[in-house]
Design a binder for this molecule. Structure first.
Ligand code: SF4
Length: 251
């Protein structure tokens, strides 16, 4: 029987991106090939939980969310869901969710793809900037190997994969994609520009800037990012789930 490690499933509103505010059934797969310094789901990355769930079980739960609560959207997130071959292909998780009439979003850092494509309706790609690289002290405090930390460490070496990012842009045409960048400060802009200049086929409408942090940003911080977005023709991306619920699991 096909099974996959799952950290949590829940019904909530989508908090980020084009579908912000949309009631959705979430499945958070557990395991990640990165260790972002500011990861808000360490239980699916730094210290992944390993409860195995079968596809039948997951699809059944999503179907009940549709039938009993009127949920029409599913979000396959992580961790890094693209690590798991089981999400792709005709018999995979994404196809089976779509077979039940659900619109499916995949949330990925865009560094890896499954052997068979996952036919998502929305590919939500969040390339990781230098600000995501953990320091040695963060690695130590988080209980991960020192080899993950710092420039040239395991996280830093893996966090950008231009061929994979390009293939996602090529294979998931607009509006079925978005590029969300987590921004710590103004220094990140040059890095975003450099990355976008290495990619083809994106439009300003794909690009979203999201403030880093697990609390509601100050008005000044939001206005600074919004001004950059307006200037560039990009979108400011709030985190609605943080505003509604705080940094709480299952939301
Ligand atoms: S890619 Fe996502 S889940 Fe993985 S460490 Fe970074 S923020 Fe966490």
């Amino acid at each position: 029987m096909s099974a996959v490690p799952v950290a949590e499933t829940f019904v909530s509103v989508q908090g980020e991106g084009r579908l912000t505010g949309t009631p959705s059934w979430f499945v958070r797969l557990s395991g990640c090939n990165l260790r972002c310094a500011w990861c808000d789901t360490p239980y699916a990355s730094w210290n992944p939980e390993k409860a195995a769930r079968t596809l039948d079980d997951l699809v059944g739960e999503a179907r009940r969310a549709r039938d009993e609560r009127g949920v029409r959207h599913a979000v396959v997130t992580g961790g890094e869901p693209m690590m798991f071959a089981i999400i792709g292909g005709r018999a995979g998780l994404v196809s089976r969710l779509r077979d039940h009439g659900l619109h499916v979003t995949i949330e990925t850092a865009g560094t890896i793809r499954p052997p068979e494509d996952a036919p998502a309706d929305l590919m939500s790609i969040s390339p990781k900037l230098t600000n995501s690289t953990p320091t040695a002290s963060q690695a130590s405090a988080g209980g991960i190997e020192p080899a993950w930390a710092g420039a040239g460490g395991r996280h830093d070496a893996r966090r950008l994969n231009i061929p994979v990012l390009q293939s996602l842009l090529d294979d998931y045409p607009a509006p079925g994609r978005q590029l969300k960048f987590v921004v710590s400060d103004g220094r990140d802009l040059a890095e975003i520009d450099a990355l976008l200049s290495a990619l083809r086929g994106w439009t300003n409408d794909d690009v979203m800037l999201m403030p880093e942090g697990v609390t509601v940003p100050t008005p000044q911080r939001r206005q600074e990012l919004e001004a950059i977005c307006t200037q560039r023709g990009w979108r400011y991306c709030p985190r609605l789930h943080i505003e509604l619920f705080g940094n709480v699991r299952g939301t």
